[in-house]
Design a protein around this ligand. Sequence first.
Ligand SMILES: *[C@@H]1O[C@H](CO)[C@@H](O)[C@H](O)[C@H]1NC(C)=O
Ligand SMILES: *[C@@H]1O[C@H](CO)[C@@H](O)[C@H](O)[C@H]1NC(C)=O
Length: 355
Amino acid sequence: MLVGSRSSPRRILTAATVTSLVGAVFTLVLVLMPWSPSLTRHPRHASPPSLAPDTLSRNSNDIGGDKTRAKMDYIPGWPYGLKINEPDTCKDQDVYILNTITSNPSQVYHREMIRDMWGRESIAKQLKLRTVFIVGAVPSAVTQKHLQEESDKYGDIIQFDFLETRKNLTVKSLAAVNWFRTFCSNATWVLKCDVDAYVNFWALLDVLKPVDDTRDAVCARSMSRSVCREVTKGGCLPHYVVDPKDFSPNVYPPYCQGYAYILHQRLADRMIQMDQLRTGPPFWLEDVYVTGLLPRDLHPRWLDIRRRSQVVPMSVRPEYHDGTFLFIHDLEGQIGQGATNYVWLKTLEHYNVTL
Ligand SMILES: *[C@@H]1O[C@H](CO)[C@@H](O)[C@H](O)[C@H]1NC(C)=O
Ligand SMILES: *[C@@H]1O[C@H](CO)[C@@H](O)[C@H](O)[C@H]1NC(C)=O
């Protein structure tokens, strides 16, 4: 440390000089970095720079090439460490999509359902898909014990050492993307979805494969929305009321529906780098931060699949399994228990899949 407790005035002066010098060098580095926000902001009419491979490989130390080094670089300490990890999930595997599912430790019912659907080994192999469940920490020793047993049995739980709270959901998604980058960076895409999201992976693959090189993310994109400052009858629910000290502008930038979105590895890498620049906690509305604020200055090439995402399903329709919809939110909650399994079986039938 430069400034000791018994520093003489001269040493303090030296320390101050060194500190400001370090500050200046840091600022310079920031400005020179290819992903510096100040350099990537473009006027509306200019065509945005794409995240094409050539611009991405500039920082060759941690992007592209040497996966071993990339693997060493992040997580263990990150803002939060790991309590349960499965470091070999993607080892020696050909993974196209890493599916990171955010859930809380007590959502066993939903996790069991997923293990029986695309979590199943035969399906995972066919689809080149790996599924992990990202959870936070809980104070209850009993819940932790059950989670540990579940983890021992299935080996698909990734638990981080931050408290499982609604306002930590942003941290949870960042944890998912960080984990992807450190332990499954071979995968082409990382899907973040909530545990109650139904995903038609066959339809999703049809969408993703042709855009591997041309799109950086696929999601149901929303337009700019105004920020809720108080509960209103018009739809500002208590959960969405935001204190100006957390977010001062009155509108959000465009962002993705948070229950399911998919990021290309080149974008995920950049987002992690961007996020390293953050001081203080990230804005707690997960979808707004992770798919709106964080990648904004990177100008990702989004593929908007808004018309193929169903947030409030009313009844089971053929479109839920025939490939029309890629993502459907909360089938069990909105339609009833068994709805997910019904749609799943229909999906298998439609795509002629045998388990
Ligand atoms: C990445 O892929 C290569 C070959 O495709 C494989 O040998 C290697 O084990 C993979 N790395 C990780 C970290 O999974
Ligand atoms: C998020 O988790 C951290 C670490 O456990 C905790 O200190 C903090 O209170 C949590 N934040 C919120 C907003 O719940």
